[in-house]
Design a protein around this ligand. Structure first.
Ligand code: CP
Ligand code: NVA
Length: 308
């Protein structure tokens, strides 16, 4: 059986918790520069149909630090960019490598790739979901607060791939989540439905609202993301005028818990979705959050390659 990681729900709650703890363990080993090469003799291929700094470098550095080798491809480098099908590309790449990560547009491309792949496939971001980012975010939350108990996360802004993935990960781990978005930019209806189903088991309180103040009230974590995601550059002007009142600024954050942390998956646009005083201020954990991508992703690969 080949396992893929295309959605946060591809790991159940227990596996997600174990993966977070394994990531913490890997972080300790890497920080101590211990000799630790579990991925020796393994090759990771990465296909990027969109730009990336963190995902690209953290996967490559992490896999190499743990003994593996990587092949990084933009769609322009390979025949995929000249119209070869995603299905044929999957069959070919999976016959050469051990594991593959893809960053793409429509989520269906990932599903089509994985159903034709003989090796595990990881979602490095699609228009729908960004599970590697939010698993690393769960890691950062555990590291900061010590547990997932009695926490409320407020997401404000565009109901995009980050909002969707946070809904699923918070539902899985029993973190209360309030998402505040304008009605026209709400999270995916199917994802909200799935998160509500999961929350029946974990007791996470899920709220979708268009009122940012209501969402942020009493929150332990305030989270935002860009207003125009990759591929939406032509909608920038329209989206910015509608999303203005969802900016994470001092006034909005004053409704959060006094010890709140500010999170953002980055890249950020200062003084657009977040003001500089918040993202560069004392409550911000964005750079630890970015660093933790490396360790959390290595833990995901451990699970997919059955190395535990
Ligand atoms: N957060 C994130 O995925 O960053 P990149 O787009 O730089 O990979
Ligand atoms: N929502 C953003 C996340 C970038 C990491 C995008 O898809 O562009």
């Amino acid at each position: 059986m080949i396992y893929h990681y295309l959605s946060p729900t591809d790991f159940d709650a227990l596996k997600t918790l174990k993966t977070v703890d394994l990531g913490i363990n890997i972080k300790e080993k890497i920080k101590k520069k211990q000799e630790y090469k579990p991925f020796r003799d393994y090759i990771l291929a990465m296909i990027f149909e969109k730009s990336s700094t963190r995902t690209r470098v953290s996967f490559e550095a992490g896999f190499k630090r743990l003994g593996g080798q990587t092949i990084v491809l933009s769609s322009k480098d390979i025949q995929l960019g000249r119209g070869e099908t995603i299905q044929d590309t999957a069959k070919i790449i999976s016959s050469y490598c051990d594991i593959v990560m893809i960053r793409t547009f429509e989520h269906q491309r990932l599903i089509d790739f994985s159903s034709n792949s003989s090796i595990p496939v990881i979602n490095g971001l699609s228009d729908l979901l960004h599970p590697c980012q939010t698993l690393a975010d769960m890691f950062t939350i555990k590291e900061h607060f010590g547990s997932f108990d009695n926490l409320k996360l407020a997401y404000v802004g565009d109901g995009n791939n980050m909002a969707n993935s946070l809904l699923l990960h918070c539902a899985l781990l029993g973190i209360d989540i309030s998402v505040a978005c304008p009605k026209d930019y709400s999270p995916s209806g199917l994802v909200v439905k799935e998160a509500i189903e999961i929350s029946k088991l974990t007791q996470a309180n899920i709220v979708i609202t268009d009122d940012p103040t209501e969402a942020v009230s009493g929150a332990n974590i305030v989270y935002t993301d860009v207003w125009a995601s990759m591929g939406q550059e032509d909608q920038k002007e329209k989206k910015y005028s509608i999303l203005k009142k969802y900016q994470a600024n001092k006034e909005l954050c004053s409704f959060a818990d006094s010890n709140f942390i500010f999170m953002h998956c980055l890249p950020a646009h200062r003084n657009e979705e977040v003001t500089s005083d918040i993202i560069d201020g004392k409550n911000s954990v964005v750079f630890v959050q970015a660093e933790n991508r490396l360790y959390a992703q290595m833990a995901i690969i451990f699970n997919l390659l059955n190395k535990e």
